[in-house]
Structure formats: C-alpha cells, structure tokens
Design a protein around this ligand. Structure first.
Ligand code: S3P
Length: 186
C-alpha cells in the first residue's frame, strides 16, 4: 500500500489474497475500488482481468463459447491472480466450481458480501453486462441456489443491505485486522 495521503493503513500490507465474493450487485467492485482509492490496497477485478487477457467481454464469451468455457477461464485466472497478496473482486458465480472454492481456501481469505436479488437489481445499472441476471424472478431463484455456496466458500460475511460503502469497507478492514491478514511494512 504505497501512495500519497492515504489512511494510516498505508503502512500495512496484506499477507495473502483476500477474495470478495457474493452475488452480482453485492458491491464487490465498488468495495474494491474504494479499498484501493482510500486505503491504497492493490485490488484486481477478476472479471475485468479475464476480459483484458481474453480480449473479449464476458457477454461475448458467454454468447460465443457458452458458460462452461467462461467458467474454465474464470478458474484459470483466479489461480493466476492468487499468486500475489492482493484484494480480488471475484465474479458472482465463482463459487459454482468447487475447484475455485479450494483455490480460495488454499491461497487466501474469502469475504462474502451479502445482498438480496431485489437490492442487487436496484444497484446494477446495465443488466446487459450480466448474462445471468435476466430478470428479478430468475435472479431471486439463482441467489437462493447460490447462498449455500457462498456460505461454504466464505471465511467471513458482511451484510450490505441498506449500508453505505464506507461502512462496508470499514468492516472489511476490521476483518483484515482481526484475522491477522495485515503486517506492518516499515
Ligand atoms: C456471474 C457474475 C458476473 C460475471 C458473469 C457471471 C455469475 O460477475 O462473472 O456474468 O454467474 O453470477 P459480477 O458478480 O461481478 O457481476
């Protein structure tokens, strides 16, 4: 965590990868952006990284090659990103493959950002970028299927409903501190 006038967390660094997991619209990328901007953490958005490496958007990959092909790429890049201590904002379906859950357990610490389908729908500005968020009814069903998977993969959980980003980020910092995931770097 280097940089100008950041919070005093800037004297600390992560000892291993920390994964933000949760349903589409849980705020993983927004939390990641704030943790990077305000506290100077290295943060990588796994979906954006995959899109850059593949030179195609997620919607394109789903449309051209199907979900299974996307999932294989997701695992490949999850493991690649896990080789450095950093915050990794994962895609909402990362917990679908047990292999990904094992990667997260093996390398780091997973924080589950909890949201409901209704709250998520209100937050997602462009549903066209989410091939699996078709409508509210199917999102409600999907989230029910996913909740046990998030709980299985998570080392900790934060509720995001009706809560400001700043408070959610403070909860993340608290989890990092209390789980001894930060060390002094000077
Ligand atoms: C998916 C979530 C998306 C993206 C892909 C599949 C899912 O990520 O990885 O569209 O299966 O829930 P976000 O959670 O960042 O929207």
């Amino acid at each position: 965590m280097r940089g100008g006038r950041k919070d005093k967390m800037s004297e600390k660094k992560l000892i291993k990868p920390v994964y933000l997991i949760g349903f589409m619209g849980a705020g993983k990328s927004s939390v990641g952006r704030r943790l990077s901007r305000k506290y100077g953490f290295e943060v990588v958005d796994a979906d954006a990284y995959l899109e850059r490496q593949e030179g195609r958007s997620i919607s394109q990959i789903f449309a051209e090659d199907g979900e299974e092909a996307f999932r294989l790429l997701e695992t490949k890049y999850l493991e690649e990103l896990s080789l450095q201590p950093r915050i990794i904002c994962t895609g909402g379906g990362v917990v679908k493959r047990e292999e990904n859950c094992k990667i997260m357990k093996r390398y780091g610490f997973a924080i589950y950002l909890h949201v409901t389908a209704d709250a998520a729908a209100a937050r997602i500005s462009d549903l066209n970028t989410r091939p699996l968020f078709k409508d509210l009814k199917s999102a409600r069903k999907l989230i029910e299927e996913r909740i046990p998977l998030y709980e299985h993969a998570a080392d900790a959980r934060i509720d995001t409903i009706n809560r400001d980003l700043a408070y959610i980020c403070r909860d993340v910092l608290w989890l990092l501190e209390t789980n001894q995931l930060l060390v002094d770097y000077s």
